[in-house]
Design a protein around this ligand. Structure first.
Ligand SMILES: [Zn+2]
Length: 150
């Protein structure tokens, strides 16, 4: 397995992040983070389903509000998707994604060189009336399937 450049924060590190942002480490916030440690990229519904399966149910609206607040505080991030559902990323730092547009799943892509290449190229570009704030690279893909012989 490839070693992640940005490891997922442990529960203890998450508590520290909450404290730093003036948020209380409530049971529900900790449950949501525990689910996100496993899911990495997920919608509120994905988190709700996992928590239900674990026997620690939290309703979807509450899960969504927690995820949104964590994204607003830049503890998590939001991921644009093609199915009008908001996905959240446990890692707010800049990294590349492979987006499966059929199953609506995200995978982190470790390719610092590609990021640097695009960032360097963009430095030379000017967009009249705009200041570039950030760069978000998402590779959109569909699963490869072997065709069945008839
Ligand atoms: Zn990610």
């Amino acid at each position: 397995m490839v070693k992640l450049r940005h490891p997922i924060p442990t529960l203890e590190e998450f508590r520290t992040q909450l404290r730093r942002h003036g948020l209380r480490a409530t049971r529900q916030r900790l449950l949501v983070h525990e689910a996100m440690m496993e899911l990495v990229h997920a919608s509120a519904e994905d988190v709700q389903i996992l928590l239900f399966q674990r026997g620690t149910p939290v309703n979807t609206t509450t899960v969504y509000n927690i995820l949104s607040q964590l994204a607003d505080e830049h503890i998590y991030n939001r991921r644009p998707s093609g199915n009008n559902i908001m996905y959240f990323d446990v890692d707010p730092r800049r990294h590349l994604h492979l987006y499966d547009r059929e199953n609506h799943t995200f995978r982190n892509v470790e390719d610092e060189q590609l990021s640097l290449l695009v960032a360097q190229q963009l430095k030379r570009r000017k967009f009249k009336g705009y200041t570039i704030e950030d760069l978000d690279i998402q590779i959109i893909a569909k699963p490869t399937r072997k065709k069945k012989k008839l």
